[in-house]
Ligand binder design. Structure first.
Ligand code: NBX
Length: 827
C-alpha cells in the first residue's frame, strides 16, 4: 500500500516503464544507454567485457519485466508451488539462452551489426557460473528452464559459491587445478536482496526446561551465528515468464560488528567476519561423498536453514498457517545434500513455532520429496554423529527422536532385528554415522530415481527394506535435458533445418520431432543433414585447434566421451580400444581403419588418484599418436581442457559418436547421452541408466549396444570374477595391456601406468577386461556403418526424431503429475 503510486505506473495497461521494447532499434538504444549510463564508458575505451555487460544489462531489463509480471500472477492465484533445494547448479552462459527465450536473437544480432559489433564475439565474453560438479548440477538447471517454460510456480534455492568448480588446465599431460574467479568481472545477471537475509546458528548446546504445565521446552544456545543474504538470478522460460534462482551468501551477523567497542574486539570481529564468509567460499569439487568434512556440512545446513526460513516467510506472508505448509509448498531435495532440511523443518515447527511433534512430523513428511542420483556405496552421504553433535546439537536430538519413533513403527510391522539395524538412520557398525539417504527417505512422501533402471535398482538394493515398507512412496522420473539450450541455442544450423521441415513447435513440444522420421528416406534431406553436421564438425575442429593446438580434419569420424572422469564411467576402456587401433596401424600396417578423432573432456576430483592418472593416460596416448606421421592421418586423440557447459555447447553438435560406456548398474541415468543423441550423434553404449530408454525409443537397430547387463554383472561378481584369466586368454587384449607399460608410451617411466595396469589385471571392479571384446567388436560394427554414410545419416535422423521423451519438459511434467501435484499457471 505504501507504494500504490508507483504500482499505478506498473499496472496501467499499455504503459511500460523505461525502454524495454524488443525491436532492433529498442535493443540498440538500450545497449548504448547501458554502456554510457550504467557503466559510464565511452566507446573508445570500452573493453569487450564492457560491451558484453552492456548487452547483458539491456537483456536483463527485459527478463525482469517478465519475471515481475509472473510474480504478480502467482501472488494473485495463491497457487501451490515447488521449492527446489540443490547444493549445485550449472546454468551455463545466460545471455544466448535469454535471447532465445525472449525471441530477440536476430534483432540483437542486427542491432549490434549496425554498431559494427559481432554478437558471437560478445557471447564469448560471458564467464559461466560453475556452481556444480556435473550431471546433478546441470540437471537442476535444466529443470529450472522447464519449470519456467511450463509456468510452474517455483523457486530454486542454492549456494552462491564465490569460487565454483576449479579451472582445469593440462600441464605436461596432467590435470592442474586453479580457482574459478567467476565473479571477477562482476555478475550482471544477479541482484542482491539485502532485505532477504536470515540468521543461521552453529554449535553450542541445548537447554531442556519444563514450564508450569510440565511441557518441555528446548532451547538451542548456539556457539556462533552467521547471516545468509539472498542473491537472485531470474531464469527465463521460452515465450513465458521466469522463475528465481535464489543463492545464499554467508556473511557475519551485525551483532559481531556492534560488539567491537575496543580495538581487540574489533580485530576479533573482523576475524569472525572472515570465518563466517568462508562458508560459501568454494564448491567442493568432489562428485562423490567426502565423509567428515565439517565445512561441507556447514554449507549444507547454511543454505537449507536460509531456504526454509524463506519458504516459511513466504507462506506466512500470504496469511496462511504453518499447519498448511505442505498444501502450499512441496520441497524437492536434489539428492541428500539438502537432507538436513528434514530435522531443520522439525526444529523450526516444534522449537520455534511451538507445534506438537506429531503435527509437525505430519507436515514435514508431506512437504519433502527426495531424488536419489547414485547407488555407488562410496557416494552415499553419511555424517559422523560426533560431527553433527558439535555443529548441530539440536538436530542430532531430533534425528534420534525421528529414529526411535521410526524403529518403533518397524517393530509394529514385525521387521526383524537385522532389518531394523539395516534401516536405522544411525549406522552403529563402526564409528556411529547418520545415513542421510535413510533420513531423506523417512522424511519424504515420495522418493524417485532418475531412470527406469536406476529406480528399479534403488528398490532392489540401496533402499530395499524401505520399498517393502512403503511400496507406494517409490517412483521413477527419467531425467531430461532442455532442448532449448542444447539444441536451439547451441546448434542453430540443425535447428533451422528442423524448423524448415516441421515448423517451430518442437521448441515447446519436443515430441513433434517425430515428424522428421519420414525425411530419413529423403535423399536431399539427408544431404542437407550431413552438410549441417559437417559445418558443426568444422566449428568443433576450430575449438579444438584453439584450445589444444591439435588439427582435426572435420571429415573424420568424431568419437566423443565428455563427462566427469571416473573409473565406473570407463574412460580407460576407450583408451584400450584406441591402443588396439594404434597397434593395428603401427605393427600390422593396417590402414583400412576409417580416420577417427577421439575427443575426451572432463574433470577429475583433485584427490582422486586413479582419475588423474587416467587423464595422464589419455594425454600420453595423444602425444604418441598425434605426433606419429605413420598414424596421425588415421587417428587423433584430443583431451579438451576445462570441460564446461559453454564448451559442451560446441561439443555435442559436432559429435558423430557418443560414448556411454559405464559398467551396467553404475550410471544412475546420464544426461550427456541425451544431449548427443538430440544433436544427431549415434550412441555406443551399455544397458546402463537412461541408455536403456534411449535405445528403446530410437530403436535397437539405431543404437550400438555392447557389454554385460546389470544382472550379468551381478552374477559374474557373485561367481568370482577373474580379470587375469580373460587377459591371459585374449592375445589382442594382452598386447594392449602390455603396451600400457611400454617405453614408447611411458617414455621410460615404467611406474607411470602400473597402478591402472595392476588394478585392471587383479581387481577390475568395473569389468573392463570382461567387456573389452564386446566393445571392440561393436566398434568394428560402428566403422562398418560409418563407411555407408547414407545409412549413418538415416540412423542419425531417426535418433533425433525419436528423442522427444528426453526433454526436461517431460521430466518436469512427470514430477508435477507423479510427485508434486502442482499445476501450471497460464500467463
Ligand atoms: O546425476 C549424476 C549421476 O552420476 C548421473 O548418472 C545422473 O544423470 C545425474 C543427474 O541425475 N550425479 C552427479 O552428478 N553427482 C554429483 O555431481 C555429486 C556432487 C556432489 C556430491 C556427490 C555427487 N557430494
Amino acid at each position: 500500500s505504501r507504494n500504490k503510486k508507483i504500482e499505478s505506473y506498473f499496472t496501467k495497461p499499455g504503459v511500460e516503464v523505461g525502454n524495454i521494447g524488443l525491436s532492433k532499434e529498442d535493443i540498440k538504444t538500450s545497449f548504448l544507454e547501458k554502456l554510457f549510463y550504467s557503466l559510464g564508458r565511452i566507446p573508445v575505451v570500452a573493453t569487450p567485457n564492457d560491451l558484453y555487460t552492456s548487452l547483458a544489462l539491456a537483456v536483463r531489463d527485459r527478463v525482469f519485466r517478465k519475471y515481475v509480471k509472473s510474480l504478480e500472477q502467482y501472488a494473485e492465484e495463491d497457487a501451490r508451488g515447488v521449492a527446489y533445494l540443490s547444493a549445485e547448479y550449472l546454468p551455463g552462459p545466460h545471455l544466448g539462452n535469454n535471447l532465445l527465450n525472449l525471441e530477440i536473437m536476430e534483432e540483437t544480432r542486427e542491432a549490434l551489426a549496425e554498431l559494427n559489433l559481432d554478437l558471437e564475439e560478445l557471447l564469448k565474453e560471458e564467464v559461466e557460473p560453475g556452481l556444480g560438479n556435473g550431471g546433478l548440477g546441470r540437471l537442476a538447471s535444466c529443470y529450472m528452464d522447464s519449470l519456467a517454460t511450463l509456468g510452474i510456480p517455483s523457486i530454486a534455492y542454492g549456494i552462491r559459491y564465490e569460487f565454483g568448480i576449479f579451472k582445469q588446465e593440462i600441464k605436461e599431460g596432467w590435470q592442474v587445478e586453479s580457482t574459478d574467479k567467476w565473479l571477477h568481472n562482476g555478475n550482471p545477471w544477479e541482484v542482491i536482496r539485502p532485505e532477504i537475509s536470515f540468521e543461521v546458528k552453529f554449535g553450542g548446546y541445548t537447554e531442556h526446561t519444563r514450564d508450569e504445565n510440565d511441557k518441555l521446552h528446548i532451547e538451542w544456545i548456539p556457539g556462533s551465528e552467521v547471516k545468509g543474504t539472498a542473491y537472485d538470478t531470474p531464469i527465463l522460460g521460452y515465450q513465458s515468464n521466469g522463475i528465481i534462482l535464489r543463492l545464499w551468501k554467508a556473511e557475519a551477523t551485525e551483532s559481531f560488528d556492534f560488539a567491537a567497542y575496543n580495538l581487540g574486539d574489533y580485530y576479533r570481529a573482523v576475524e569472525k567476519k572472515m570465518r563466517s564468509e568462508n562458508i560459501t567460499k568454494v564448491l567442493y569439487p568432489n562428485d562423490e561423498n567426502l565423509s567428515g568434512k565439517e565445512l561441507r556440512l556447514k554449507q549444507q545446513y547454511f543454505f537449507v536453514c536460509c531456504s526454509l526460513q524463506d519458504i516459511i516467510r513466504l507462506h506466512l506472508l500470504q496469511g496462511r498457517k504453518l499447519e498448511s505448509l505442505h498444501e502450499k509448498f512441496t520441497i524437492q531435495l536434489n539428492d541428500t545434500h539438502p537432507s538436513i532440511a528434514v530435522p531443520e523443518l522439525m526444529r523450526l515447527l516444534v522449537d520455534v513455532y511451538h507445534m506438537e511433534w506429531d503435527a509437525a512430523w505430519m507436515v514435514t513428511c508431506k512437504t519433502f520429496a527426495y531424488t536419489n542420483h547414485t547407488l555407488l556405496p562410496e557416494a552415499l552421504e553419511r555424517w559422523p554423529v560426533s560431527l553433527i553433535r558439535n555443529l548441530l546439537p539440536r538436530h542430532l536430538e531430533i534425528i534420534y527422536e525421528i529414529n526411535s519413533r521410526f524403529i518403533n513403527e518397524l517393530r509394529g510391522h514385525n521387521f526383524t532385528g537385522d532389518q531394523i539395524s539395516r534401516m536405522s538412520l544411525v549406522d552403529e557398525s563402526g564409528e556411529p554415522t547418520i545415513r542421510m539417504a535413510h533420513l531423506a527417505t523417512v522424511g519424504s512422501y515420495m522418493i524417485n530415481g532418475v531412470s527406469a533402471l536406476h529406480s528399479g535398482l534403488l528398490k532392489k538394493q540401496v533402499l530395499k527394506d524401505f520399498a517393502e515398507l512403503w511400496p507406494n512412496k517409490f517412483t521413477n522420473v527419467t531425467n531430461g535435458v532442455t532442448h532449448r539450450r542444447f539444441l536451439a541455442v547451441s546448434n542453430p544450423g540443425l535447428s533451422a533445418l528442423l524448423s524448415e521441415k516441421i515448423g517451430k513447435d518442437w521448441l515447446t513440444h519436443l515430441d513433434k520431432l517425430k515428424g522428421l522420421e519420414s525425411y530419413s528416406e529423403d535423399e536431399t534431406f539427408r544431404r542437407k543433414w550431413m552438410e549441417v553436421k559437417l559445418e558443426n564438425k568444422r566449428n568443433l575442429a576450430t575449438q579444438i585447434k584453439e584450445l589444444t593446438g591439435i588439427d582435426i580434419n572435420p571429415e573424420m569420424l568424431i568419437d566423443v566421451q565428455v563427462k566427469r572422469i571416473h573409473e565406473y564411467k570407463r574412460q580407460h576402456l576407450k583408451v584400450l580400444h584406441i591402443l588396439s587401433l594404434y597397434l593395428r596401424v603401427k605393427k600390422e600396417k593396417d590402414t583400412s581403419i576409417p580416420p577417427t578423432a577421439f575427443v575426451f573432456g572432463g574433470k577429475a576430483a583433485p584427490g582422486y588418484f586413479m582419475a588423474k592418472r587416467i587423464i595422464k593416460l589419455i594425454t600420453a596416448v595423444g602425444e604418441l599418436i598425434n605426433n606419429d606421421p605413420e598414424v596421425n592421418k588415421i587417428l587423433k586423440v584430443v583431451f579438451l581442457p576445462n570441460f564446461s557447459v559453454k564448451l559442451a555447447q560446441h561439443v555435442y553438435p559436432g559429435a558423430d559418436l557418443s560414448e556411454q560406456i559405464s559398467m551396467a548398474g553404475k550410471e544412475a541415468s546420464g544426461t550427456g547421452n541425451m544431449k548427443f543423441a538430440l544433436n544427431g550423434a549415434l550412441t555406443i553404449g551399455t544397458l546402463d541408466g537412461a541408455n536403456v530408454e534411449i535405445r528403446e525409443e530410437v530403436g535397437e537397430e539405431n543404437f550400438f549396444l555392447f557389454g554385460l547387463t546389470t544382472d550379468e554383472v551381478e552374477n559374474k561378481k557373485a561367481q568370482g570374477y577373474h580379470p587375469y584369466k580373460i587377459y591371459a586368454e585374449n592375445e589382442n587384449l594382452k598386447k594392449v595391456m602390455e603396451f600400457l607399460l611400454s617405453d614408447e608410451l611411458t617414455r621410460g617411466d615404467t611406474e607411470l601406468f602400473k597402478p591402472i595396469y595392476n588394478n585392471l589385471l587383479h581387481q577390475d571392479p568395473y569389468l573392463l577386461m570382461e567387456d573389452y571384446q564386446s566393445y571392440i567388436e561393436q566398434m568394428e560394427n560402428v566403422y562398418h556403418v560409418w563407411q555407408d554414410r547414407e545409412k549413418w545419416a538415416k540412423m542419425s535422423i531417426l535418433n533425433v526424431a525419436r528423442m522427444g521423451k528426453f526433454s526436461s519438459d517431460r521430466s518436469i511434467q512427470d514430477y508435477c503429475e507423479k510427485i508434486w501435484k502442482v499445476e501450471a499457471i497460464k500467463v
